[in-house]
Design a protein around this ligand. Structure first.
Ligand code: NOJ
Length: 751
């Protein structure tokens, strides 16, 4: 196809695609149709996979290739490498009856070969453009290995730190979630944001994005993964759905349905959401894929009596493609023959799958993404490593810096690096890396040594296990601290403590490491905590009170280098929390956009019969949006272009920022609104916009945001969008807490 045609896919392109699809559908058997709707896991070519094979029997790989030749498999995920992918593609394109290409898919959640900071960390950058560049780099590496379909991004809003999968998303906030969802989709699908969203999808370095897990999966009750999400339709629509909508608006042509249920209806059976909302209301025309064997799980949920019925329910609810269970392959043909599933529904799903394959260019250039030479040369390039370092630097959030302990000088001071995360290749990347080689990641120790050079006076002591006391560990750590001028304490969560099925009830630093921190505190040495974590943690005692705290999440490939860049002041920290850090674990779920209640607690001491805990205030330890830098930026009072916003008018809110410190910094100015009186209760604050601003020492800059009536729209009592005249408070502030308020009035209604 000539580039001009790619830039703006015209109606005749769609017509050509449609006619190609119809001619294929006319020739497909029912088994071949069910095959197109079947996504299976790759098998490995090794002894382990063939352990039970009898002499003379085909290997697992040979069996999978045979199934592809027979047209019984439409897509395969989590295999590795261009050569492997080519084998599969050859079987599909050259050796199957209809030559329909196979779709190679992967879970590249935060990188493919080069691993970038976990998505939650990246969201702390408050820099969607960075996320787009990272997603682009991921697509370039993955697509060279044959991948055309990414099972990402995770766009679940996560407000409960117990839930382990918060690490995969962009945190607690709707707007941040929308911005990151759209950015990641654009990056994977190579959309430039100008031409049609799928204009470059057929390029060899683009891949299909799959926002997941539709929808409300992050609201799992008790923070327990896979659990029931008890959600009102309002909260679903106001909080959990918008990032999906943003992903579709950015062009995503696939979506994954979650494992969970809402209101007694497992998502896989949720016709209301999968068909009425997605198709009828939102006009989504991509594919809906199940999560891993989630069709079978309808039996376990107790809404289907057997797998056959589960297939019927899931398929008729709107799940087009089945992942790993092979149940569609097994039961769909029979269900159609028995008249229980209409052929029209099968054709609809097949049509969607074939259309996606055509949009990806697989029919015209089936091998283009499978290029072993490109795969080798594009793996860990200088540019991707530099991007990984930049992303890691920007993800770090500084929570505390008493008496300006940081940045540290590179001079003669003796540093004791202590903790289970001080050294070694483990726990750097974080969960969800399918193809990384952890030896590629730079540890904290390696990063510090690289920064300090040969004269480094650096001692390294483990001090504690991750979850267990190390015999003699504390004594060794205390003695190392006593012999040092400053302690760097690398503590927090292991890789295994976050991610799928890794919920925790106590969202704290594990007790063995807390004990280590307490012992170090007694030495009186100035201490910097490097907090490795995939979630918000309730910081306690010596960790909470450390002289400096850097939240370093799982920063992956360039961990040590990025930490050294920030510790020694080559880079000023600029990350801001994408999740509220609780004072105590018992506060979760905790999020800034909460409601006032009828009995908000007054500031100050405990007062009976107000909405507060007996033991602590309702405030977080660190608020959403909070983060320090090596300078101080003063915010003036917000100025409004008008005190009244007309139904078709605009209002510009601006604020003067002044860097009164001695360092150049990136400040993240955040615009929050509160609708004082609504026909339904509104949150105390809602993030409406934000901007990263560079400020040289002494520099002042005005930051402006424009608001229109549309920005004030919410769902009224009948769940229809409304904007209601009345008074609003507005803040342009460095976090979700504090700041100087201004107010304005929305006039009339243009409904
Ligand atoms: C289960 C996870 O929930 C989903 O996010 C992932 O894409 C699949 N497994 C495949 O690995």
């Amino acid at each position: 196809m000539p580039p001009a045609a790619l830039a703006a896919p015209a109606a005749d392109d769609e017509a050509r695609i449609a006619s190609r699809i119809e001619s294929l559908i006319a020739r497909m058997t029912l088994e071949e149709k069910a095959g197109q709707l079947t996504l299976v896991a790759a098998v490995r070519e090794d002894e382990e996979s063939d352990r039970d094979r009898k002499p003379g029997e085909p290997t697992a790989m040979q069996r999978q290739l045979a199934e592809i030749r027979e047209g019984r498999i439409g897509a395969v995920f989590n295999g590795i490498g261009a050569d492997w992918a080519r084998k599969l593609q050859r079987a599909a394109v050259e050796e199957s009856r209809l030559g329909i290409p196979v779709l190679i898919s992967v879970d590249a959640i935060h990188g493919f070969h080069t691993i970038f900071p976990v998505p939650l960390a990246e969201a702390a950058s408050w820099d969607p453009n960075l996320a787009e560049r990272v997603a682009r780099a991921t697509a370039i590496e993955a697509s060279a290995a044959g991948v055309a379909w990414n099972l990402a991004p995770n766009v679940d809003i996560a407000r409960d730190a117990r839930w382990g999968r918060g690490v995969e998303g962009a945190g607690e906030d709707v707007l941040l979630g929308q911005r990151f969802a759209a950015a990641r989709v654009r990056g994977y699908q190579k959309s430039d944001g100008k031409s049609a969203a799928d204009a470059h999808l057929s390029d060899r370095d683009a891949m299909l994005a799959t926002p997941k897990h539709f929808a409300g999966y992050g609201a799992a009750e008790g923070g327990l993964d896979y659990n029931v999400a008890e959600l009102s339709e309002r909260t679903l629509r106001e909080v959990y759905l918008p990032p999906f909508k943003a992903a579709f608006d950015a062009g995503a042509l696939a979506v994954m349905a979650g494992f969970h249920e809402i209101g007694g209806v497992p998502m896989m059976a949720n016709r209301q959401l999968l068909t009425h909302l997605l198709r009828d209301e939102w006009k989504f025309d991509g594919i809906v894929v199940s999560d891993y064997a989630a069709d079978h799980e309808l039996v376990v949920h107790g809404v289907a009596k057997n797998d056959r019925e589960a297939v019927k329910i899931a398929f008729m609810a709107g799940v087009d493609v089945s992942m790993t269970s092979r149940l569609y392959q097994q039961y769909l043909p029979d269900l159609v023959r028995a008249g229980e599933v209409p052929m029209a529904r099968v054709d609809e799903a097949v049509r969607r799958m074939l259309r996606v394959k055509m949009k990806l260019g697989l029919f015209d250039k089936p091998y283009e993404r499978m290029d072993a030479r490109r795969e080798r040369t594009l793996n860990h390039t200088r540019q991707t490593r530099a991007l990984a370092r930049e992303a890691a630097q920007r993800s770090i959030v500084m929570l505390r810096n008493d008496r300006s302990l940081l940045p540290l000088g590179k001079g003669k001071q003796r540093i004791a690096l202590i903790g289970p995360f001080a050294s070694g290749p483990d726990h750097l990347n974080g969960p969800w890396t399918v193809f990384d080689d952890r030896r590629d990641a730079v540890s904290v120790e390696a990063g510090l040594r690289a920064a300090l050079g040969r004269d480094a006076q650096l001692s390294v002591t483990q001090g504690s296990g991750i979850d267990s006391v190390l015999p003699g560990g504390i004594e060794a750590a205390v003695s190392a601290a006593q012999n040092a001028d400053v302690v760097i304490l690398a503590i927090g969560e292991s890789e295994a403590m976050t991610g799928e099925a890794q919920s925790r009830t106590e969202v704290v630093v594990p007790p063995a490491q807390q004990a280590l921190a307490e012992a170090i505190k007694v030495t009186g040495r100035p201490t910097v905590v490097l907090l490795r974590t995939g979630r918000a943690l309730a910081l306690e005692g010596a960790v909470r009170d450390a002289d400096a705290i850097l939240v370093t999440w799982f920063l992956a490939a360039e961990t040590g280098n990025a930490i050294a860049d920030v510790l020694f002041g080559d880079v000023s920290p600029s990350g801001r929390l994408p999740v509220s850090f609780p004072q105590r674990p018992g506060q979760v779920p905790i999020y800034y956009a909460r409601k006032n209640t009828g009995r908000p607690p007054p500031p100050g001491p405990f007062q009976e019969y107000t909405a507060r805990y007996r033991d602590i205030s309702v405030d977080p330890l660190y608020a959403f949006g909070f983060g320090l830098s090596y300078s101080t930026v003063e915010y003036g009072k917000p100025e409004l272009s008008t005190a009244t916003l007309g139904p078709n008018g605009t209002l510009t809110a601006s604020v003067m920022l002044r860097n009164i410190g001695k360092r150049a910094v990136d400040e993240v100015a955040q615009l929050y609104l509160r609708d004082r009186v609504g026909s339904v209760t509104r949150p105390l604050r809602e993030l409406k916009n934000f901007e990263r601003v560079k400020l040289a020492p002494g520099e002042s800059k005005r930051v402006s945001f424009t608001l229109r009536r549309e920005d004030l729209v919410f769902l009224g009592p009948d769940l229809k969008p409304v904007s209601e005249p009345g008074d609003y408070d507005l803040w342009i502030a460095p976090s979700s807490s504090g700041g100087i308020a201004a107010s304005f009035e929305l006039l009339g209604s243009a409904e």
